[in-house]
Each structure stands twice: as C-alpha cells, then as structure tokens.
Write a protein that binds this ligand. Structure first.
Ligand SMILES: *Cc1c(COP(=O)(O)O)cnc(C)c1O
Length: 369
C-alpha cells in the first residue's frame, strides 16, 4: 500500500492495516450501515470505542488506577495554556525546562497566567542537548518538561524526580518507549505523531493532582469536567479517537510498547551509524540525547544538501527536510515507519557519497560532455 517512504514529522505515517480499516469504516462501520463519520458519539457502539481506547492506553502504558485517561481537542498547543490555567496558581511560580521550540511555546503561554521560572535552557547551543543538574524552586506549582524535542532532535532519557508535580509534553515520543507513568502528574500528547490522525489530544493525569485545583476554570479548560463526563462533555473527535484505537490495537498485536521500543532503537541506530560514517553528513544533537523519533543532521554544504534532498524526493522519500527555522535534515522514525524505509534511506546515503567521491576524482569535463 505504501507508495512512499514517509519520514514526515507529523501528521505522520500510520500502519497500512490501520489506514485500510479506517477507510472501510468510513464507508460502512462494522456492518452498521453507517459511516464512522456519521454515528452519534452517544451511541452504544461509539461508547464501546471510547472504553476500548481508554483500556488500551491503560494497558499499553501501564497507567495506574489513580490516573485519569482523557481525550481532548486543540492539540498539544492548547495544553500549553490549559496546564497553566489549572495549575499555575498566582501565588507562586511554575518551573520550565527550556529544551526547544515547543518548550518555548509552552513557556510563552504559561506566562499569561502567572510567573514562570526557566530552571535551565539549552538555547546556548541551539538546543542540541538536554540540560541536567538543575534545581526547580521548591515551592513551584510544577515542573514542565518536553520528553522529545521534535524539531531539534533531542530526547530525555532520564526524568527528574524533583519532589514537586511533573507535567510532561510527550507529543512526539509517547508509545514509542516504555515510561513509568508514576514519574509524572500529568502527561499530554497531540495524537498525530505516534497515536493517530490529528484532532485528538491524549491526557493522562493523576486524579489527586486534578483535584488540587481550587479556583474556577472554564469548563472546556477544566480537566475534571472531561474526567467526570468520560471525555464526552461535548462532542469528542470521534474519527480521530476511532483511528487511535485501531492504531493501539495494531501496537498491541505487534508486541506492545516494549517490542516497538526495541525496533525503534534498531531503526535509530542504523541511521545514526550511517550519519556518523558518511563523510557528507553530520548529526546535530549531543550523542547522549539523540532522539529515536526525530533524527536531525546537516550536509557538508548547501549544494550537497539540495542535491540529496532532490534525489531522495525523486525516489519517493518524503518529509526529510529540516524544520524551516533550523534547516538541514530531519528524518522521523515513528512507530509505524518500517525498518525497510530506514534501510532504503541509508542505502541512498551510501550511494550518494560514492557518487560525490567519483565526481570529485574525475575531471569535470567527463560530466560536461
Ligand atoms: C507537534 C508538537 C506539539 C504541537 O502539537 P499540536 O498538536 O500541533 O498543537 C507540541 N509539542 C511537541 C513536543 C510536538 O512534537
């Protein structure tokens, strides 16, 4: 089914089986004679989807009973302000770890609701590493982290235990590796990077943390309203949740998060090894913090960069151009990206290097004639 190798950063590749199943459900969902796009979200059939999706999230990530699993809208970007509206009480501040573009966006929104303390930043080196040895304020409302920096290609492998609530934006690496949910008080993730199509935002939050909010919050920004209405206070993103369910069924059938983590490690290793070997390319992230989801690297010259981009694109390898403000390349290796796509890209990098070496050895006239 795949006609292209899709290395896009998001919305991203989903498994072929999931696409096929979703396509048939648009025409006739489970022989109901209705499309999944036209069923009532209050129908028993769709309530079954909500229950099953929540159950899969809990099972695949080992979510404790004391945590709520919520399906929201507005993307991770809405969470930037929503966490602050709920938890950044005016009296004290919130601590943020500034690890990149999306962390900065989270900081900007939080500042609208209270005081923000940036505990550490890797801005000094273009966000190429994850700071450590930092100390959040003891009375901060929470510490906010970004587990994977989608644009800069860095990932946190050790999570701090600061003794205050931890909120983490896991948009681009949730379900890609095992985590201990108990290390966090609230996790949020836009769906479109490992979970499903755009339109749904997953929140996993400790109930006692949600219940600690003691000021009025608008309903659509109040986590407890979603929790107390089983994420159906208003119409939920029906199709997005349905496809996320299909994707989680696929993940479970493929061995779950542990198994996909092993495969993700192999995919990242194959590509990073080639970047390190190949004389034309160099990785941009600090070795210890290299992301397994978004691999960022540059070429030895703008000309080499342009030529490789054109060559890859002509062979159906799409989505490898770096983010507009960063440049270079960014290759995303989300769960559904097959190992064979990474092999194809690596083979092309080798072949391209040979071609360049050959051009440099031969007199230019050989090519001009
Ligand atoms: C993509 C992304 C976002 C933004 O997500 P939206 O759903 O588009 O709002 C935020 N944080 C991270 C880490 C991301 O990768």
């Amino acid at each position: 089914m795949y006609k292209k190798h899709n290395f896009g950063a998001g919305p991203c590749i989903l498994p072929a089986e999931v696409m096929e199943h979703a396509a048939s459900a648009i025409l006739d969902w489970n022989q109901t004679g209705l499309s999944i796009l036209e069923v009532s979200h209050r129908s028993p059939e769709f309530e079954g989807v909500m229950i099953k999706t929540e159950r899969l999230v809990r099972e695949l990530l080992n979510v404790p009973e004391s945590y709520a699993v919520l399906f929201l809208q507005g993307g991770a970007s809405t969470q930037f302000s929503m966490v602050a509206i709920n938890f950044l009480k005016k009296a004290n501040s919130a601590s943020y770890l500034d690890t990149g573009f999306f962390a900065q966006k989270a900081i900007k929104e939080a500042k609208l609701f209270g005081s923000v303390d940036i505990v550490a930043s890797s801005k000094d080196k273009s966000y190429s590493y994850i700071p450590d040895h930092y100390q959040p304020c003891a009375d901060a409302a929470y510490l906010h982290l970004t587990s994977n920096n989608t644009i800069e290609g860095t990932e946190m492998f050790d999570f701090p235990k600061p003794g205050l609530p931890v909120i983490c934006d896991m948009s681009s690496d949730i379900f890609s590796r095992e985590i201990n949910v108990r290390d966090f008080d609230l996790i949020y993730a836009g769906a479109q990077k490992n979970l499903g199509p755009a339109g749904m935002t997953l929140v996993i939050a400790k109930n006692s943390f949600l219940d600690s909010v003691d000021h009025p919050v608008p309903s659509m920004s109040d986590y407890r309203v979603y929790r107390d209405n089983n994420s159906m206070f208003n119409t939920p993103p029906v199709f997005s949740i349905y496809v996320a369910m299909l994707n989680l069924i696929w993940l479970k059938a493929n061995g779950g998060v542990g198994a996909i983590e092993s495969l993700n490690k192999k995919k990242a290793e194959l590509l990073y090894n080639e970047i390190d070997r190949n004389t034309l390319f160099s990785g941009t992230a600090n070795l210890a913090h290299r992301s397994r989801m978004n691999v960022t690297f540059t070429a030895s010259s703008p000309e080499i960069e342009g030529r490789f981009l054109d060559l890859a694109t002509s062979l159906g390898m799409v989505g490898i151009k770096g983010y507009r403000t960063v440049g270079g390349f960014r290759v995303s290796l989300y769960n559904a990206l097959p190992f064979s796509s990474v092999e194809a890209l690596v083979a092309l990098m080798k072949q391209f290097e040979q071609q360049i070496i050959l051009e440099e050895c031969l007199p230019k006239t050989v090519f001009d004639s």
